[in-house]
Design a protein around this ligand. Structure first.
Ligand code: PT1
Length: 259
C-alpha cells in the first residue's frame, strides 16, 4: 500500500502533493514501483495534527480519487478517512478500500462500510492525534489491542460486513510509546490468530526516529528493516511511502524464504 497525502501539514511530504495532478502523477509512479493499493488521505493523523472539516477533506481527496480512477481503472484505491461522509463520497468517486484509523467508530461509518461491500481496515488507536502521544499508558498493550479488535470485529459482523472484507492494524505510533510499538510488532503472529489479515503502517514514523535518533528524511533503512520483519511475521499489507525500496526488499526476502 503506497501512501498519497493530500494534506498541507502531512508529517513527511507535506504540501508537496496538494495539486491533484501532482498527486495523481505520484500515485501512477507508486503503482509502477509495485504498489497494489494507493491510500489517499486528506487529514493528517500524525501526532499533534489538527482535525480537518468534512468539506475540506472531501475537497482534498475526491479530485485525486476521480483523476486516478480515470487513468487507472483496476488499481485498488483506499480512502484513509474516519468520516462517513468522506468515505461515501470517496467511494462514489472510485475508491474501493476503506482505511479507517478510527475503526468505523463514527456514527454511520459501519453502515456505509457494510453497504459498500469493500475491504475495510480497522486500526487501533488510543486517544486523538492532537494529544495521543502525551504519556500513553496500557495495563497490557497486546491484550488491550486484541480485545479492541475482537469488539470492533463483532460490531462489523453484526452490521453485515463480511469477514472476508476485514483487515486489522495495531496502529503503530497511535497513542503508543516505543516499547508499546515494539511489543505489537513482535506479536504480529498473535494478532493474526484472530483470523484476519494484518496491515502494518510504520514507514518513516517516530519510533524509527527514536531508535536511530534520525529525522524523518533519514528513516528509510529503519522503515525497510521493520517492513521486512513485519512481512516475515505474517503481515499481509504494508503501508509505506517508499514503494520501490520496500518492494525490492520484499522480493528478495520472498526468494530467500522459498523452500
Ligand atoms: C497506519 C496509518 C494510517 N498511519 C493505517 N492508516 C498514518 N491503516 C495514517 C509517528 O509516530 O499506521 N495504519 N494512516 C500516519 N499516522 C502517523 C502516526 C504518522 C504516527 C506518523 C507517526 O511519527
Amino acid at each position: 500500500m503506497g501512501v498519497i497525502n493530500v494534506t498541507p501539514d502531512s508529517f513527511s511530504d507535506g504540501g508537496k502533493f496538494l495539486r491533484t495532478d501532482k498527486a495523481v502523477t505520484q500515485a501512477v509512479q507508486l503503482i509502477k514501483q509495485g504498489a497494489n493499493i494507493i491510500d489517499i488521505g486528506g487529514e493528517s493523523t500524525r501526532p499533534g495534527a489538527d482535525v480537518v472539516s468534512v468539506d475540506e477533506e472531501i475537497k482534498r481527496v475526491v479530485p485525486v480519487i476521480e483523476a486516478l480512477r480515470k487513468v487507472n481503472s483496476s488499481i485498488t484505491i483506499s480512502i484513509d478517512s474516519s468520516k462517513p461522509e468522506v468515505m461515501s463520497t470517496a467511494i462514489k468517486a472510485g475508491a474501493n478500500f476503506i482505511n479507517d484509523v478510527n475503526a468505523l467508530q463514527e456514527n454511520g461509518a459501519l453502515s456505509i462500510a457494510a453497504k459498500s461491500n469493500l475491504p475495510v481496515c480497522l486500526m487501533h488507536k488510543q486517544g486523538q492525534p492532537k494529544t495521543m502521544q502525551n504519556k500513553p499508558e496500557y495495563r497490557d498493550v497486546l491484550t488491550e489491542v486484541m480485545d479492541f479488535f475482537q469488539q470492533k470485529v463483532d460490531n462489523c459482523l453484526f452490521a453485515g460486513i463480511e469477514a472476508k472484507n476485514i483487515i486489522l492494524d495495531p496502529g503503530i505510533g497511535f497513542g503508543k510509546t516505543l516499547e508499546h510499538n515494539l511489543i505489537l510488532l513482535k506479536n504480529i503472529n498473535k494478532l493474526k490468530s484472530l483470523g484476519y489479515p494484518i496491515l502494518i503502517g510504520v514507514s518513516r514514523k517516530s519510533m524509527i526516529g527514536e531508535i536511530l535518533n534520525a529525522e524523518v528524511e533519514d528513516r528509510l533503512y529503519g522503515s525497510l528493516a521493520i517492513a521486512q520483519f513485519a512481512y516475515t511475521q505474517g503481515a499481509k499489507y504494508l503501508r509505506v511511502h517508499d514503494v520501490k525500496a520496500t518492494n525490492d526488499v520484499l522480493k528478495i526476502t520472498q526468494e530467500l524464504l522459498m523452500p
